[in-house]
Design a protein around this ligand. Structure first.
Ligand code: ADP
Ligand code: MG
Length: 251
């Protein structure tokens, strides 16, 4: 009895919760099968590892601010052209993060840009990467606030711990000069240091609307495109299609 109490106490203090919850069951299994000492140790360590890995994934998913309902489970890949399916598979492997490459997803509203990048983001978290999802206008708001509080470099430093920052709806809002400036600073600081994945309804030809100045626009595009993969979702709106299907069914 005392032995069991001590085992539990040690495991708790050493924070080996996975082993704590399973060692009795595995000890019984070890006698019955029987398991070698080495195999027994392996089984225990595996439980501990799985527990920690699961906890990590949950923590990273929570911290990521990703819309979790937009995953590959709920995504219909058949809607995508073959080339994009291929690109998606490559991106989900995550090698682009090591190369600090960017991913730029263009397409009309409802074509599935946000869903696709969110699904890729979740996949990458399962592979051990840190991802952060933010709407462009929110990012700009946070950067402006930080600039006013003289903490801009701090917030940029904080975001640098993520392997990829997903900026959704890039250039969606009409930006003032100050907003454009902090956004540009952010892109310039992150250039070749960490990946950016962005979605936008605006093709590059209209980015002057975002950055106002042609030189700044060119500099921003240049940095983003330099090491990047571009996905063009020239698809009809998923929402519209579903609504039409529904309508024709009720006719
Ligand atoms: P966008 O960001 O391009 O405007 P969204 O990713 O928000 O488009 O997609 C619009 C809606 O349609 C969302 O509810 C999304 O989940 C759904 N959707 C889009 N494409 C697909 C798809 N291929 N499979 C399943 N749902 C999709
Ligand atoms: Mg979107």
């Amino acid at each position: 009895m005392q032995l069991k109490k001590d085992i539990v106490r040690y495991l708790r203090e050493l924070r080996l919760v996975g082993i704590k919850d399973f060692y009795e069951e595995i000890a019984i299994q070890a006698v019955q099968e029987p398991l070698s000492y080495e195999r027994f140790l392996y089984e225990l360590l595996q439980k501990e590892y799985e527990r920690r890995e699961n906890n990590r994934i949950h923590r990273y998913l929570r911290e990521s601010c990703l819309p979790l309902e937009k995953s590959f489970q709920t995504f219909d890949m058949n809607r995508l052209p073959g080339k994009i399916v291929q690109q998606t598979k490559v991106l989900a492997e995550g090698f682009f993060l090591e190369q600090k490459e960017n991913v730029l997803v263009f397409g009309n509203p409802g074509s599935g840009k946000t869903h696709l990048v969110s699904a890729i983001g979740q996949e990458l978290i399962h592979k051990g990467k840190k991802i952060y999802f933010i709407l462009c206008y929110r990012l700009v708001q946070e950067l402006i606030k930080a600039k006013q509080e003289l903490t801009l470099s701090k917030i940029i430093g904080k975001l640098s711990k993520y392997d990829a920052i997903i900026i959704d709806e890039f250039g969606y809002v009409q930006q003032s000069r100050e907003e454009m400036e902090v956004l540009f600073t952010f892109l310039a600081e992150r250039y070749e240091r960490g990946s950016i994945m962005l979605t936008s309804n605006l093709p590059f030809s209209q980015w002057e609307k975002i950055f106002k100045d042609p030189m700044v626009t060119a500099a921003a595009i240049d940095r983003l495109v330099h090491h990047s993969m571009i996905l063009e979702l020239n698809l009809s709106s998923y929402r519209m299609e579903k609504a039409k299907q529904k309508q024709s069914q009720t006719k």
